[in-house]
Design a protein around this ligand. Structure first.
Ligand SMILES: [Mg+2]
Length: 417
C-alpha cells in the first residue's frame, strides 16, 4: 500500500487549462455576471465570441460563434468587451505562480500551460498532490478562477485528461493505465490530429485512440512522416515531446555576419548590410512586430580592432528592408573611413506588436492570442537561429572567425549617445 503511494512516475506532466478564461475573469470582477450567460467579444462592436461562460455553453453557445447566432440559442446572453490587459496581467501572474511548483513551465497559450513535475515528486509528493498544489496557487493569485488539470505521463495525454472534467476538474491518468484509459477516447481529442488526418484514419476504420494504436505504425508514418509517428505514439500515451519552458519574447531582433578577411570594398560591405537589413525586416514581419530603433554596426579589422555603430530612431511602421538599408548606408557614409571590416551587425529594438494593441493580444484574431507562445516555442526550439542575434553569432558556422572578445550585447557598449 505504502509502496503504491510512493511509486514515482517515470515522467509526470500537468496540463493546466483555465476554464472559459476571459469570461471567468469578467464574472470574477463583475458579480452581477456570476451565474449568467456571458459572451466576450472584441470591444463593444465585436461580432464573434472570443469565449463564453459555462452558463452560455449550457445553452449551446460556443467560442467562435457569431453574436446573433449565440443570441438565438441564448436570448439572455450578456455581451462584454474583452479587457486584454487585465487578462494578460492575470495570465502572467498565474504562469509565474506555476513556476513555484516546478521551474519547467511551458506557456502553451494565454490560458494553458504544461508543467513537468517529474523531478518534484520527492519534494511535493505524488503528481496528484502536486496538481492540488498547482490549483491552490492558481486560486490564490487569480482570485479563485476555475481551472481544470490533467495529470499524465506525457503532454498529449495530460492535455486530453484536462479536457475530461470541466470546469474545475482534476483527471489523473497514471502512465501504467494510459493505454487502457485512452482506448475509447475519440482520436480527434489528440492535439495535432486535425480533420485531414482524421479523415485519412477513418478510411482505415479508426475512430478512437485505441483504433489508431492498433494500426501498423507504417500506415501513419508513410503518409505523415514524423507527425504520423508522433500521433501514433500519442494515441497510446507514449509520445516523448518534452515540456519546453518558455523563452521571453524578443527584446530585439538582429542579424550579424562575419566578412571574408580584409574586406574593405564599400560595395561588398553594403551587400552584407543589405542582406542583414532584409533578414531583420523579414523577421519583424514574421513576428508581426515593428521597431522603434535600429542599430547598425561594424567591427573593424586590423589595425583598428574596434566597433563602430549608430543608433537610429525608426517610425513604428511596416518593416521594410530597403528603408533599413538606407539608414545603414547613411551610417556608412558618415562613420566609415575605408578600414577593413570583419563583421556587420543590424539590430532592431524597442519592439512592439504591429497591431498597435497590447503585445500579447493582437486585436482582430482570437487565434493570434497564442502567437507569443508560438514565438516562445519557436525560440525554445530554434532559438539561436530565430530571434537572438548574439547566439546566432555564437552558433555561426564560422565560430573561429569571431573575435573571442565579442560579447552578445557588446554592441550596446558601443552605441554612441
Ligand atoms: Mg481554456
Amino acid at each position: 500500500m505504502n509502496a503504491l503511494i510512493t511509486r514515482l512516475w517515470p515522467r509526470a506532466i500537468l496540463h493546466i487549462d483555465m476554464n472559459a478564461f476571459f469570461a471567468s475573469v469578467e464574472q470574477r470582477d463583475f458579480p452581477e455576471l456570476r451565474g449568467r450567460p456571458v459572451g466576450v467579444t472584441n470591444g463593444e462592436v465585436g461580432t464573434t465570441l472570443i469565449t463564453c461562460s459555462y452558463e452560455a455553453r449550457a445553452a449551446g453557445v460556443k467560442t467562435g460563434m457569431r453574436v446573433y447566432e449565440a443570441r438565438r440559442l441564448c436570448p439572455g446572453l450578456i455581451q462584454r468587451p474583452a479587457r486584454p490587459r487585465v487578462y494578460a496581467a492575470i495570465s502572467t501572474r498565474i504562469m509565474h505562480a506555476l513556476r513555484d511548483v516546478s521551474p519547467d513551465v511551458e506557456v502553451f497559450s494565454v490560458d494553458e500551460a504544461f508543467i513537468d513535475v517529474t523531478h518534484c515528486q520527492r519534494l511535493h509528493g505524488s503528481p496528484e498532490q502536486i496538481a492540488h498544489l498547482a490549483r491552490a496557487r492558481i486560486h490564490e493569485v487569480s482570485g479563485g478562477l476555475p481551472c481544470s488539470i490533467g495529470v499524465a505521463g506525457t503532454k498529449s495525454t495530460a492535455k486530453i485528461a484536462s479536457d475530461m472534467k470541466k470546469p474545475n476538474g482534476l483527471t489523473v491518468i497514471p502512465p501504467w493505465e494510459t493505454r487502457e484509459r485512452l482506448a475509447d477516447v475519440p482520436m480527434r481529442k489528440v492535439c495535432g490530429l486535425g480533420p485531414n488526418i482524421a479523415e485519412f484514419l477513418s478510411s482505415y476504420g479508426a475512430r478512437t485512440c485505441g483504433d489508431v494504436a492498433r494500426l501498423p505504425l507504417a500506415v501513419l508514418a508513410r503518409r505523415y512522416g514524423v507527425t504520423g509517428k508522433y500521433l501514433w505514439l500519442a494515441c497510446q500515451g507514449k509520445d516523448t515531446e518534452p515540456v519546453t519552458p518558455d523563452v521571453a519574447p524578443p527584446q530585439s531582433i538582429g542579424h550579424g555576419k562575419v566578412l571574408p578577411p580584409r574586406t574593405a570594398a564599400a560595395r561588398v560591405i553594403e551587400i552584407y548590410l543589405r542582406h542583414m537589413c532584409e533578414k531583420v525586416a523579414a523577421r519583424l514581419r514574421r513576428y508581426d512586430m515593428q521597431a522603434g530603433q535600429l542599430y547598425v554596426g561594424l567591427r573593424l579589422g586590423a589595425p583598428h580592432h574596434e566597433d563602430i555603430g549608430q543608433l537610429f530612431t525608426l517610425p513604428y511602421a511596416s518593416p521594410d528592408g530597403q528603408r533599413l538599408f538606407e539608414l545603414a548606408r547613411e551610417f556608412l557614409r558618415r562613420r566609415w573611413r575605408g578600414a577593413a571590416v570583419t563583421h556587420v551587425q543590424v539590430t532592431a529594438s524597442q519592439l512592439r506588436s504591429a497591431s498597435g494593441q497590447l503585445e500579447f493580444f493582437p486585436a482582430a484574431d482570437p487565434r493570434a492570442f497564442s502567437r507569443f507562445s508560438a514565438i516562445d516555442r519557436i525560440n525554445a526550439r530554434y532559438g539561436e537561429f530565430t530571434v537572438a542575434p548574439a547566439t546566432l553569432l555564437e552558433r555561426s558556422t564560422m565560430p573561429n572567425v569571431i573575435a573571442p572578445a565579442w560579447r552578445p550585447d557588446g554592441h550596446r557598449q558601443h552605441i554612441p549617445d
